[in-house]
Design a binder for this molecule. Structure first.
Ligand code: B12
Length: 232
């Protein structure tokens, strides 16, 4: 393994990353969306994944719990702190680095962040975009939150994993909004968002969260053979 890559990965895992990968984004303008909020363009994206607690996720039944709401924010803080540490690590070595917030919305109308962490994670081979429209990983399923650090450090890039959900449809019938269909392209964002608004109005959480499809996508660690073959 490349020495710089190995050193950065070790640092990231030490400070709380559960998954790590690097994507070459030099020709991937689409990760920034239609109306980019960032002026800076750097060729590498360091992708960081932090796993959600299984016990917290398993408390979720028909709606988000208060415990999940707090946990979701704690994991975002962990990811933002981790990104900051990585940024300082890279800058101390003389490279440029931009920590992208785990969960900041910069365009409320279009509901966009600075860039798509899911797209970066899929390009870095952490997993694939599943039927539930989320990044699905072998080890944690979708029970993983993401952040990205952009850099010009010359790091070797990982590639897409080439895997998919296979015949697993665990999330399809469990989605309370009926938003999950046969493929990620068919995911019904409007139905999903309406359900999140309903939960928020009922004061189940103060932000737009749900957690049901996250809970039921467990990866191959807990549900062997379910989520790791080609998307059908
Ligand atoms: C705004 C936002 C929302 C909006 C919706 C925005 C939208 N239209 O998707 C709302 C508030 C509704 C929302 C809801 C949720 N969100 Co949200 N959200 C974000 C945020 C802040 C920005 C997303 C964004 O800019 N999207 C723009 C579009 C263009 O990009 P995208 O949707 O990320 O990626 C698409 C394309 O790139 C494309 N694509 C990329 N590669 C591939 C490959 C193939 C084969 C295909 C077909 C498509 C494809 O498909 C992707 C999916 O549509 C991100 C953080 C971030 N900066 O990424 C979190 C994020 C996407 N959310 C996340 C989560 C978990 C949720 C919820 C489950 C809520 C919760 N925490 O309980 C629900 C998701 C329900 C669902 N199943 O999709 C996580 C996803 C983690 C994961 N494992 O995938 C993120 C990454 C936050 C984080 N730091 O981890 N979210």
């Amino acid at each position: 393994m490349d020495k710089e890559y190995a050193g950065l990965k070790e640092f990231a895992l030490f400070w709380g990353a559960d998954l790590f990968g690097v994507a070459d984004i030099s020709g991937s303008e689409e990760i920034y969306g239609e109306s980019p909020s960032l002026k800076i363009r750097l060729p590498r994206a360091v992708c960081l994944g932090a796993a959600l607690s299984s016990a917290v996720m398993e408390e979720i039944e028909q709606h988000p719990t208060k415990l999940y709401f707090h946990h979701y924010r704690s994991v975002n803080i962990l990811l933002d702190q981790l990104s900051l540490r990585i940024c300082r690590y890279l800058e101390n070595k003389g490279w440029r680095a931009v920590p992208i917030p785990a969960s900041q919305i910069v365009d409320w109308e279009k509901q966009r962040g600075h860039l798509s962490h899911k797209s970066v994670a899929a390009a870095a081979g952490l997993g694939w975009i599943g039927r539930n429209n989320l990044l699905v990983t072998k080890k944690f399923g979708s029970r993983i939150r993401l952040a990205t650090v952009l850099t010009d450090m010359f790091l070797p890039a990982d590639g897409p994993s080439g895997e998919g959900c296979g015949s697993c449809r665990a999330c399809v019938s469990l989605c309370p909004a009926g938003a999950i269909k046969g493929s990620p392209a068919e995911f019904d964002h409007i139905k999903c968002f309406e359900k999140l608004r309903e939960f928020q109005k009922a004061r189940l959480a103060d932000q737009y969260i749900c957690g049901i499809c996250v809970r039921h996508c467990k990866g191959t660690g807990e549900a062997p053979g379910l989520c790791h073959t080609g998307l059908t």
